[in-house]
Each structure stands twice: as C-alpha cells, then as structure tokens.
Design a protein around this ligand. Sequence first.
Ligand code: C2O
Ligand code: CU
Ligand code: CU
Length: 595
Amino acid sequence: MFLNQTTSNYHKTNKSSNIMKHKFILLFAFITILKIQVSAQSYNTLWIPPTLSGTNFNLNIKDTFAQIVNTGNQTITGGINGKFWGPTLIINKGDVVHMNVQNDLNDSTTIHWHGMHLPAVMDGGPHQVIPPGALWQPYWKVTNNAATYWYHPHLHMTTEEQITKGIGGLIIVKDSIESALALPREYGVDDIPLVLTDRDFTTSNQFSVVPYGDSMLTNMTLRAQYTIPAQVVRFRILNGAIERSYNLGFSDNRTFYVITSDGGLLNAPVAKTKYLIHAGERVEILVNCTGQSGTKLDLKAYNSLLGGFIAGGENFPNGPFANALGRIDFNILHLNIGAQTAIPITTIPTTLTTNTLLNQASANLTRYLTISDSSGVVTVPPILGPNAFIINHKLFNINYIEYQVPLNNTEIWQITSSSLFGHPFHIHDVEFNILSINGVAPDATQAGWKDVVFVQGKSGNTNTVVRFIAKFDDYADPLHPFMYHCHIALHEDEGMMGQFVVTNTNGVNVNGKDENLFSVYPNPAHDKLFVKFSESNQSAYYIRITDALGRTLLMLPNPELQNGIDISQFSPGIYNIQLTENKSKQTVTKTFVVE
Ligand code: C2O
Ligand code: CU
Ligand code: CU
C-alpha cells in the first residue's frame, strides 16, 4: 500500500515539478520501480470469507479492526461476525430464511439484501434503519434463482462510509437446476468467491472515505494470491467497489466462460477474454486450468482499455478522483495452479438452463426515466455544484415516492441518460431483462436476469437509451418503498436515487385508532411475550420494542407471532411495544414489564 502511495505521490510531484527536479524524479521513479518489483513477490494469501448455511442466520455488525496492511497499524474496520466484511450466506431457493441482524456499531445502519425478491419492509433499504444496539429480524421465502448476491449497508448518505469500513457479505443461492449441473462447487477450493474493491489508506493505515482507492483489495486482501487446482475453477465475482469498474481478464489472455448474470444462470456459457463488471454487479466465470499444474497466472483489471467516462477509466492527475489505479492495468489475484482435486470438473458445460425471459408485448406500461447532471437544477445544493448526477431531474427525497407500481404489473423502464459519465443503475425488488441498449439487444452475457444495468455515458450529442422489462409480482405494500439508484455509492449518497411502492387495490383503511387493537400477555413477562388481537382477522405489520429510554431494542417486520416474541435477552424493566396492524396500518403502543 505504502508503495502505491509513493507511486501516486510521484505522479503528483511530477505534475508540479520543474526541470530542475527532473533528475531527482527519474532516480526516485527508478527506486519506486525496484520497490514495486520487490513488493510484487510479497503476496498475501487470499482470505476466503467463512460460510453460514441453514435457515437461521445471526449477523452481528460491529466496529473492529484488522491487520490489512502487512506492517504498521491495524485498520479500523466494520465487520459482521468478524474483523471485516462478513460471512457468505448459503441459502436454498424455496426455503424461508430468518435473519437476526444485531447492530453493535456506534452508528445506525441498515442491511440490504441486494438482488433478493422480498417484501419492502424486509429489504433493508434506507427506511429500515437499525439503531445502535437494536436487533432487526427480517425473514423471507427465497424465490431467487441460484446465483451470487450480496448484502450491504444502505443508510442514506452513509452508504459510502459504511461500505468503505468493510461491512457487507456475499449470498449464494442454490437451486435444483444449478445443483444438477456438472459445475465446480467446493467453496474455497474450485468455487472461489472474489469480492473486488479498492481502498485508499492514510499514512497510519486507516481507510479514507474516497471514491477511488490506490490499492486493490480482493476479499479485503492486499496483493492477493491463491492456489487453485488444475481443473475447471469457478470464480464468483462481486464488484463491491465504491465506484470503480473492473475490466476483468487473465494475464495470458485466455478465454474464460461467463455462466451467470446478476440473478441467475445464462442459457449457456459465453466465451470471453475480457468482462467489464460495474459497481454492484456479480458474475460467475469458469476458467479451465486442466493440465496446467505448476504454472502461474494473474487475474487482472485491464482498466487501461477503459474510456475516460467509465468509472476507473479516468486518469485525473490530481484532485479528489486522482488515484494510483486510474486507467492502468493492475493485478486482482495472482494464481498458482496446483494439483488436481480427487473429483475434478475438467470440461466446460455446453448448456446451463433455459431462461424464460419476459415478453415485451406483455408490458402494461413504459416508464420513462432520465439520468442527467445537475447543472441548472435549482434544488441541488450548491455544495454538489453541477457535478452531482440525478434521476428524473431531482435529488433523492426520502419522503417522496416517484412511482406507484400496481401489483403484478409488467413494466418497461426506459432510461435516457444525458450524462457524459456511465452509471450502473440498480433496482430493488425485481430481477429484470435488458431489452436494448441504444436500440441494440444486449451482449449474450447480459441476456439473462439482471438487477444492475450499466447506462453508459452519452456519445457526442446522442443520449444513451437503456430499456429493461420487469414483473412486479408479490409484496404489495403501500407504506414501504423500494429503491432504484446508481450503484456508485458516492452518487447514491449524493442523491442519485428514487423510490417506488408496489400497490394493490386494498388500500390503507384507517378508521381512527382502536386503543384495544391488541393486548400482550403474560405481563409481567419472562422469556416470551404473546400478542392477542381484538379481532381474529388482524395481524401485525410491524412491531418495534423500545426500552424505558425510548431506545429501539427489537424490530420485527411482519412478525410471525404464533410462538411469541423472544424477550429472553431483555433485562428486568419496563418496555414499550409499538404495533402497526396489517390492514388498517394503525399503530398502537402498549407497555409491558419484564421481571
Ligand atoms: Cu446494492 Cu440499493 O443496493
Ligand atoms: Cu439492491
Ligand atoms: Cu452514478
């Protein structure tokens, strides 16, 4: 890391130098090159996040620290059940999964299940704030296809900061179609998760909250290397960067095979030598290393090939976006090819699945969205200047819902961008199919289920037009919105985000407040608290339990109450239970005692 900083300082120094300094700088550059060659040999073993599987997951988010830079101070990080990042959750399509998300940070946060189709109240967007000390218990039935998803903080205006700390994790969904294929699936052996990001470190090894880092971090490992077996190896790659796109390829320019888009398998593997992955996107690839035992290989970002309007393709010499990795090629992972495993996969399958994509003719309507820069938009605070990016000519406002999407609608979303810069556009709730990019059908690697689409910068005076189609089935909820936004965390935090609700015809019907809506028993309570409604057709939409000081301890979206609420962790005292009823959406608060 320090060496990389030296390199970038060199660039900065060079910029402001005069000829008198020239000789010195040449010498300095020479020493820098020598040091980089030395450091190129000092690889660190790639860290493989631990896994959790089953249907019940305990995730404890906390402030912690980790030795990320080899020498010197540890880095202050945010971790889930560990020192940074979090466990890989392995879940099965069809299961109901329960999450126990305990926020032990000193800050509020949220945890969003990126790519999952689930109720908005479980989604973990900016509305599902988990205060410090609180336990949030969302659950949902997994309906997503087998693929790689992820979870990450999503609190408005602190997403960049909390992702920078390292809070997040992967989700691997399994299903019967994927399981029946001859694919590598031994986690950490021939099925390897790769979380790509980059960070800027201060001189005392702390993360700076900036859009671009000077150092590549692969699974939070600097200068990562790993030994893979001499057979077909699967990499599950997440672009978890704040801003940067990575133009993936191998050092020998070998062909690899793309087998998934964000939300599932492609119909067949697609042969590629480069694959450009944008913030928030995932891709699984197969690389055939059969017969190559004893050789070495690098997975690299060929970002020297990117245009200046793709994140990571800029090469600003200084200013807030200057960084040592801008528009250059750099290593992501050094690979040593070792021995074959006992039961290797040695061939690339020819087919994977049969995707039934949404038919354009089935769309109920087309929504027209715009992406633009903020010049001339008076509502944009001057601090963002004309350089913020906005959707539909407005900055994000958490109290404003842009779209009411009728339940079961199939919709085309057409995004017209007049921005020079490219933006990875992400939508919650659904996986979609890309219909066209500037009138052309997408590349075969993008012709499956997606939840992020790259909206490239306009070319000359011609705006970019991206069309996708999605079906909004299940989970109508008039109160809790889903988000759509640019997945560059800097842009999102600055307000490049909007929200929609999925509605059905049974609207909210509040007939005043019924203080007798529910009662709780036993009271005083010990381990379990039970809820009894005044009418049998009532149910809980949301429950929040606070202590006598008003601090939130427990957040239960749409709780299943038949077994009572587990309050065994509560110390003796007085508590409030605030319950919102499902149909009427009225909220009533009761007091109970734990003894
Ligand atoms: Cu991965 Cu709304 O985000
Ligand atoms: Cu998301
Ligand atoms: Cu953006």
